[in-house]
Write a protein that binds this ligand. Structure first.
Ligand code: PEP
Ligand code: MN
Length: 355
């Protein structure tokens, strides 16, 4: 349930409500809006004495949250959340810029599917930065359908990513597949990516939820929007507020494309949740020819940006070559995305000049 405080409730009243919620065995989550504070009390149902909470000083009302996902819902947090990726100093000593995603802030995450070698990563990273991306993507641990396909270079690739991101002034985003990798990846990355196949790996969601690094949560291949928001709830329930949703296409009967990008999920998720949402046109399309149209459609539907795969020589790529955009196409696409973003009252940050 949520405890809505009076517009001018004193901090002492807020603290009292929090301590009463905790005394009753639930967790209190604060949402400070422009005008008032809302306190979410999350725990097992039936533990909370609603009348007691309603009687406390500074409390306007106590209302149950109807949605099964509580902290992810608009009922708990009315305004769009803005998630900050990066900022601060990296493990290798570099200054990492902070990139905002959500609300009026759109962001572009781009790079190779997998980090194949250092030289290739550096080259692609320069291309995407030059084209307007502000966050670098790349897989160090790859979820592959076949156990005999390239599985990624692991920690070596994380080091290459970190060094490259630091050099170019780009926060990095990389996939975590298993709870045992969280500690290692947390050390290097600015954003965890939870892949579509892991959207309901609840232990993994809890584990990244315990960190304070933002999480890009891909929609599962056959997950409903509700399932997806419940997965986000696992992360949020651990105190990590930095969840960014990512629509990457779902399985349908259509076989002309790799997956079907569910454009409708964007307005639906935005109505039900305050979390930012971006689209991944690469994995939905599976073929580069169709990637720009899907990216533009996602932005037009209200997404807060894209994550896209780029390669200067896709034929050489060890993973997802057919869907990788060429650097020139990526640059053109970014120009178009900026125009669509303006129509939906959003703005992509400028990457600034390369030094
Ligand atoms: C990826 O981003 O390279 C990836 C494997 O994505 P997904 O989990 O959406 O398939
Ligand atoms: Mn890929």
């Amino acid at each position: 349930m949520i405890v809505v405080m009076n517009p001018n409730a004193a901090q002492a009243s807020i603290d009292r409500v929090v301590s009463e919620i905790e005394r009753m065995g639930s967790t209190a989550h604060l949402s400070r809006g422009q005008f008032r504070t809302v306190i979410g009390a999350v725990g097992e149902e039936g533990q909370l004495d609603q009348n007691h909470l309603a009687s406390l000083d500074g409390v306007e009302k106590v209302v149950p949250i109807m949605k099964p996902y509580k902290l992810a819902s608009r009922e708990f947090h009315d305004e769009d959340s803005v998630v900050i990726v990066g900022g601060g100093r990296s493990v290798m000593g570099g200054d990492v810029p902070a990139v905002k995603v959500g609300g009026t802030h759109a962001a572009c995450i781009a790079g190779p599917c997998a980090v194949e070698n250092e030289q290739m990563l550096n080259k692609i990273a320069r291309h995407v930065r030059d084209g307007g991306a502000t966050i670098l993507r790349g897989g160090a641990f790859k979820p592959r359908t076949s156990p005999y396909s390239f599985q990624g270079h692991g920690e070596t690739a994380l080091k290459w990513m970190r060094t490259c991101g630091d050099e170019l002034g780009m926060p990095i985003c990389t996939e975590v597949m298993d709870t045992r990798q969280v500690e290692l990846i947390e050390k290097y990355t600015d954003m965890f990516q939870i892949g579509a196949r892991n959207m309901q790996n609840f232990d993994l969601l809890r584990e990244v939820g315990k960190t304070r690094k933002p999480v890009l949560l891909k929609r599962g291949l056959a997950a409903t929007v509700k399932d997806w928001l419940l997965s986000a709830e696992y992360v949020l329930s651990q105190g990590n507020r930095g969840v960014v949703l990512c629509e990457r296409g779902i399985k349908t009967f259509e076989d002309s494309i790799r997956y079907t990008m569910d454009i409708t999920s964007i307005p639906v998720a935005k109505q039900w949740s305050h979390l930012p949402i971006i689209v991944d046109p690469s994995h939905a399309a599976g073929k580069r020819d169709w990637v720009p149209a899907l990216a533009l459609a996602g932005m037009a539907a209200g997404a807060h940006g894209i994550i896209v795969e780029v390669h200067y020589n896709p034929a050489e790529a060890q993973c997802d070559g057919p869907q990788a955009l060429l650097p020139e196409t990526f640059k053109t696409l970014m120009g178009q995305l900026r125009q669509i973003a303006a129509v939906t009252q959003k703005e992509f940050a400028e990457a600034g000049q390369l030094v």
